[in-house]
Write a protein of this length. Structure first.
Length: 440
């Protein structure tokens, strides 16, 4: 239900002698917007907001975050309830269609995904075209964009809702298979075909870790934990990768090309790549014998630009609600798997958190653990190599990218994304032939 129903005044802008009323755009909860579309024509200036600190790029009905209160909701449902009671495929449906599915709808949706999990047989050669130890995010990005060549029929009219649905199903179906193939290739092990009799997440684990000559049985608690981690990553409103997906899609590029661009953005260490960076940081501390206090001092002194990875967030200025759930899950999973070496790393991470949360540097800047701080430890205990962490994030984020792409294309207000700039380079210069350059 709307939390913010009172009429509030429009914005006012004055630039020199020009003034402009900025129509207020009400939010159902959170901050209202003011529309600045007429600003440039009316005042002759453009808005400059590097990093989009104060700029909303769209209206959206998908995900709500209150970063001060540590609230995250998908389509109005609190993340805590979904993490505890839902399943990843149900959340995919919710994000893409806007409502939780009926049992019949969920069955039909899951069946369509299961039926499409095989990759085109020729696609297997794609994985061998890259070095076996090439970063899986690069391979995944290439693989996803390559889908537009194998499933070109689904890209003929990107505005057609049926084609959007088809691309969504194919992405949800085939991306786990691709990620598992990438892991298998890096390990020099045979690829396994999907098995439609298993659940989505269980079969992803089987394709990643199973072997052709052995049956693969996995603890349902571990399957559940990974499924829940996918739910936690499923959407996060207009973050860097999602905004990239929307930007590329605004040119009416197909869903594969747009999502592949999102994968590229996610790979950065300031975004999804942070889960890998956290493990590297903990490994470095363990291997060099650096104490938590010594490392925190290094961060505070900004030595070599070192940061406490897995800490801080543009939107959350309170505990990231996902990080709280992940921390609890880490205890359960590590205990279940008896992963003592990883448990030592978990102790180190918790000590880091404790020290940081009491330290003036972090308190003043409102830096708390984000979702990436503890996920890598769980993934390690499950047997994933560090390089596979960000692809796991990508798999979780897939439904969010898809839902946001579809919402963007179906929004009548959408225009091709094309920011302005404030040019501050040379004004006008005459060309000087090379032989004359450098002479006074
Ligand atoms: N460690 C140490 N200092 C930090 C950290 C950190 N992790 N994060 C922010 N700060 C400091 C900055 O140096 C800056 O200090 P200053 O005021 O002295 O200059 C201040 O806090 C504000 O930080 P900004 O970089 O301006 O914040 P911004 O909102 O632009 O960045 C970001 C957010 C990129 C997430 C940042 O906190 C960061 O780099 N964190 C580490 C990487 C990470 O964990 N990324 C995952 C984010 S969650 C996700 O994408 C799923």
């Amino acid at each position: 239900m709307a939390e913010n129903i009172n009429e509030k005044p429009n914005g006012q802008l004055r630039v020199g002698d020009n003034s402009l009323e900025l129509p207020r755009v009400p939010a159902s909860c959170g901050e209202d917007g003011v529309h600045i579309g007429a600003m440039r024509t009316a005042t002759g200036v453009v808005a400059l907001d590097p990093g989009f600190n104060s700029t909303a790029s769209c209206n959206s009905k998908i995900t709500f975050i209150d970063g001060d209160k540590g609230i995250l909701r998908y389509r109005g449902y609190p993340i805590e309830q979904l993490a505890e009671r839902s399943s990843f495929l149900e959340v995919c449906y919710l994000l893409i269609h806007g409502e939780l599915p009926t049992a019949k709808e969920l069955k039909a949706f899951s069946e369509r995904i299961h039926e499409n999990r095989l990759l085109h047989e020729d696609f297997k050669s794609f994985f061998t075209a890259f070095p076996a130890h090439g970063h899986p995010m690069s391979v995944l990005q290439g693989g996803i964009v390559g889908m537009s060549t194998y499933y070109e029929y689904s890209t003929k009219n990107v505005l057609d809702p049926q084609q959007q649905e088809e691309q969504a199903i194919l992405l949800l179906a085939k991306v786990p298979t691709m990620i598992a193939y990438t892991a298998k290739r890096a390990a020099g092990l045979p690829l396994l075909y999907p098995d439609a009799s298993r659940s989505y997440t269980e079969d992803f684990l089987r394709m990643t870790f199973g072997l052709p000559y052995q049956s693969y049985d996995i603890d349902p608690e571990i399957v559940h934990a990974l499924d829940m981690l996918f739910i936690l990553h499923a959407d996060h409103e207009q973050n860097c990768s999602t905004s990239t997906v929307r930007m590329v899609g605004s040119a009416q590029a197909n869903m594969y090309a747009s999502v592949a661009s999102g994968v590229g953005a996610l790979s950065g260490p300031l975004h999804g790549g942070a889960n890998e960076a956290v493990l590297d940081m903990l490994n470095m501390m363990r291997d060099t014998g650096m104490t938590v206090k010594e490392f925190v001092n290094k961060v505070k002194n900004k030595e070599d630009g070192v940061k406490l990875m897995g800490f801080g967030h543009r939107v959350y200025k309170n505990y990231d609600p996902r990080a709280a759930i992940v921390r609890d899950t880490a205890h359960t999973v590590l205990k279940r798997l008896g992963a003592s070496e990883v448990s030592e790393m978990l102790d180190m991470a918790m000590e880091l958190e404790e020290v940081a949360l009491k330290d003036e540097y972090f308190v003043k800047r409102r830096l708390y653990p984000n979702v990436d701080f503890y996920t890598g430890l769980i993934y390690t205990a499950m047997g994933f190599k560090t390089k596979m962490f960000t692809p796991l994030f990508a798999l979780g984020r897939l439904p969010g990218w898809i839902a946001q792409y579809i919402e963007m294309l179906n929004d009548p207000a959408t225009k091709i994304g094309r920011p302005r700039q404030v040019y501050d380079g040379e004004v006008l210069r005459d060309y000087i032939p090379v032989r004359e350059r450098g002479k006074n």
